[in-house]
Design a protein around this ligand. Sequence first.
Ligand SMILES: O=C(O)CCC(=O)C(=O)O
Ligand SMILES: [Fe+2]
Length: 265
Amino acid sequence: MKTQLAHEQIDRYQRDGVLVYPGFLDQAEVAELKAAVLEAIDTMGRNRVAPGGRKIEDDDSYYNKVFTQRLNLWRISDTVKRYMLDAELGRMLCRLAGVQAMRVWHDQALIKEPFANPTAWHLDNPYWSFNSPQSISIWIALEPATAYNGCMCFLPGTQRMARFECPPIGQSMSDLFAAYPQMAQVDSIAAPMQPGDCSFHNGLTAHGAGANMTRTRRIAMTCAYMPAGSRFNGQQNILPDDYFQSLKPGDVLENDEWNPLVGVA
Ligand SMILES: O=C(O)CCC(=O)C(=O)O
Ligand SMILES: [Fe+2]
């Protein structure tokens, strides 16, 4: 795992709300992580969240034909946990975001199956149970991600235009722009990647992906992180029912079982 950051990369992330980072994992690491991700997905069946978490099942909706989405694999795979909770990665996240410490929010395997639907433009943080201008996600390619199979695309700088409320992700690529017309004036960047390359994006940076126009799977492993000290905003998202019911808006989200610390600057 390569975790060095040049000042120029930190500055770019701060300015654009996104940074593409080639060569994060080497090919042996890609093979190990990919095998662990596929094994964890296999054991989960139709459950979207790993056992013990909130129960959400796949259905036949349009959204389930955007990708196969499985969350919190780190809780059932020691290998996924070793990668997603890596202390050096944690330090890197803190440096990019400019915070003292990060906690895991949730990881996600995102497999755009052959001929899957596009991922509409959206923001991430408005779905989550805390509001932070410094939340961050890593998106790691485990198969090539290309213009043909739905590589990630970003609208740089949109993290500064965003608010914490947002329409939920819909079927139309352009739904986001009804709430944020000024984002539709920004030039998008595409982030094609080879296996082992990754990107980092702010939870308020607009992003999406095209359809998978190929007969092979676009496999990515991602993880979202919450700055330590973030407070509950009243939304359940993937919090398990009993933990969710024990929280009041304003409480600090510091449950080490669900949201372990990953890095201290
Ligand atoms: O993989 C995709 O198509 C979308 C990923 C995404 O929205 C995310 O990582 O936040
Ligand atoms: Fe997203």
